[in-house]
Design a protein around this ligand. Structure first.
Ligand SMILES: NC(=O)C1=CN([C@@H]2O[C@H](COP(=O)(O)OP(=O)(O)OC[C@H]3O[C@@H](n4cnc5c(N)ncnc54)[C@H](OP(=O)(O)O)[C@@H]3O)[C@@H](O)[C@H]2O)C=CC1
Ligand SMILES: O=C(O)C1=N[C@H](C(=O)O)C[C@H](O)C1
Length: 269
């Protein structure tokens, strides 16, 4: 049985993760961590998540629950995640990271931990999105150099703080790689004013933030006379939380290394 701690347990994903771990027969809820000094420290994490009392009080530091868990699931902010990663490496823990909005330097830091901790990092933990990445790779290979323009459109709830979404960027990366392009060079993240016509090789990104949209991504391949759209729509955060719980059980058995959801789901086989 994998003992799971959830950091950011009072957040949107944190609360959903409590539900997902509860429903997973191979995992057990071991601890929940809130921000240092949070008024929610001491609250029962089951009650926070709306699943009834679990007898586990939220703590406001990892040190306070280090003995209780095997794998940490972290959906917080880049700075907090990197500090938690260092803690896990130092204390022989494993970690599943869903946090998005990391800079290139922060993502590179994850690689620095390849040899000191088993870690799964993915900007989207849903099975559907990770399968969609494979479809996009195939579509980009077939169409991207045949005169089809590639545009990524993502929509999320009004509280989301990073843009474009980590998923949209991952989709862009997968397609750029498939086409031998570099997203740094060919990604277009803003069009405003007299920006001129699009170039052939650019990959455009558009962002919508509104209401309670859980997460929607469409990739458009458009040419003269036709357009293909590949869309994934998440209607519940449980899809991410179930994926993260599955990743936690998976990484509990792994050696040090940086893994992704393609590894967890065996999609590269
Ligand atoms: N990979 C995936 O599948 C998915 C990734 N995400 C990503 O997950 C991240 C979180 O999203 P979401 O749940 O919506 O955000 P929330 O803001 O709802 O949750 C983040 C939580 O982290 C808490 N927190 C902040 N600092 C600390 C700390 N030092 N220790 C413990 N907890 C802390 C916050 O507490 P407080 O409010 O008190 O600061 C908050 O409760 C985002 O980057 C998002 O993009 C989201 C969905 C799916
Ligand atoms: O912040 C969110 O909510 C989500 N973030 C992830 C991202 O940035 O891709 C994944 C999901 O779409 C929800």
């Amino acid at each position: 049985m994998t003992r799971i701690a959830i950091v950011g347990v009072a957040g949107r994903m944190g609360r959903t993760l409590v539900n997902a771990v509860e429903q997973d027969a191979g995992a057990t809820l071991a601890a929940g961590i809130v921000a240092p000094g949070s008024s929610l420290a001491g609250a029962d994490i089951g009650e926070l998540a709306g699943v009834g009392k679990k007898g586990i009080a939220a703590v406001d530091s990892l040190a306070a629950c280090a003995a209780d868990f095997d794998v940490l699931i972290d959906f917080t902010t880049p700075q907090v995640t990197l500090a938690n990663l260092a803690f896990c490496a130092e204390h022989g823990k494993r970690i599943v990271i869903g946090t998005t909005g990391m800079s290139d330097a922060e993502i590179a830091t994850l690689d620095d931990y390849r040899d000191s901790v088993p870690l799964v990092f993915a900007p989207n933990m849903s099975v559907g999105v990770n399968l969609t990445l494979k479809l996009l790779e195939t579509a980009a290979r077939a169409l991207g150099d045949e005169g089809y323009d590639i545009e990524v459109i993502e929509s999320h709830h009004r509280h989301k703080v990073d843009a474009p979404s980590g998923t949209a960027l991952k989709m862009g990366d997968v397609m750029a790689d498939a086409l031998g392009r570099n997203l740094k060079e060919h990604g277009v993240f803003e069009r405003v004013g007299q920006c001129g016509p699009r170039s052939d090789k650019e990959i455009g990104f558009a962002t919508v933030r509104a209401g309670d949209i859980v997460g929607e991504h469409t990739v458009m391949f458009a040419t003269e006379g036709e357009r293909i759209e590949i869309t994934h729509k998440a209607s519940s955060r449980m899809t991410f939380a179930k994926g993260a719980t599955r990743a936690a059980r998976w990484v509990a058995e792994k050696d040090n290394g940086r893994y992704g959801m393609q590894d967890v789901l065996d999609l590269d086989a």
